[in-house]
Write a protein that binds this ligand. Structure first.
Ligand SMILES: C[S@@+](CC[C@H](N)C(=O)[O-])C[C@H]1O[C@@H](n2cnc3c(N)ncnc32)[C@H](O)[C@@H]1O
Length: 226
């Protein structure tokens, strides 16, 4: 049960989704994102490939896994699938250690903007992609840093069409929903993403716990029905 601790809601000067989101998404579908790959992420991707070779089932990614709690949940839920929790923060990832890590779970320090492009280029078979509480970049001037309004978005959508995005900021969820709708339409993929309030039976990530216990409404976008 929420205990109404005081954790701030997202504060933004935005009152609704940005008006030119469709134009932005289409622009990125028509161009190629060319950021050079970081060397440490190339190495991390090699480890990911090596790890997945021991499994016959496709991969589950937990991108921006932070302290990795949700990665443990996913590994238990899908014991036959390799689960990879990825974060750029070694500090957060260090908190995943000393736990009894299942053999189908791997944590990697990597830059998602590079890891996703490597995985897409190398046709990594991704079955489910968890994106739980990504940084919201709440100022309107920061919209281009949100994954759905960033040149990475076409890669994200094509790497795995089965995405679950969770957030405590409704506008982020609405934008992700709209960007996914535009992307699938561009790709002529017949998926209907949907947005719903998300009430966890018990919190699955550190941020989810913080928001849930402070009584905030949580949202999720799923790009595919289960
Ligand atoms: C708000 S935290 C959420 C962490 C976790 N999913 C949770 O719910 O507790 C966002 C996480 O995404 C990671 N992150 C943000 N951008 C990233 C990027 N481009 N590459 C890798 N990790 C990133 C951050 O280091 C941070 O741990």
């Amino acid at each position: 049960m929420p205990t109404h601790n005081t954790v701030r809601q997202v504060v933004s000067n935005q009152k609704e989704i940005v008006s030119d989101l469709e134009k932005t998404v289409l622009k990125y579908f028509q161009t190629t994102y060319q950021r050079p790959y970081a060397a440490h992420t190339i190495e991390a991707f090699k480890q990911a490939v090596h790890f997945t070779q021991a499994f016959t089932q496709p991969v589950i990614l937990d991108s921006g896994c932070g302290c990795g709690e949700s990665s443990f949940v996913l590994a238990a839920k899908y014991p036959n699938h390799p689960v990879i929790g990825i974060d750029k923060s070694i500090c957060r990832l260090s908190k995943t250690q000393n736990k009894n890590q299942p053999t189908n779970l791997l944590f990697l320090q990597a830059e998602l903007l590079d890891f996703w492009r490597l995985a897409y280029a190398e046709k990594l078979d991704v079955f489910f992609h968890a994106l739980y509480y990504p940084n919201p970049w709440p100022k309107e001037s920061q919209v281009g840093r949100r994954f759905h309004a960033h040149p990475i978005f076409p890669t994200l959508l094509q790497l795995c069409s089965n995405i679950e995005l969770r957030t405590n900021w409704k506008i982020y969820a609405e934008e992700f929903l709209e960007a996914s709708r535009v992307g699938f339409q561009y790709l002529q993929m017949n998926f209907t993403p949907f947005l719903e309030e998300w009430i966890p039976k018990q919190p699955e990530t550190a941020f989810e716990r913080k928001y849930y216990e402070s009584g905030q409404t949580l949202y999720r976008v799923k790009t595919m029905k289960e």
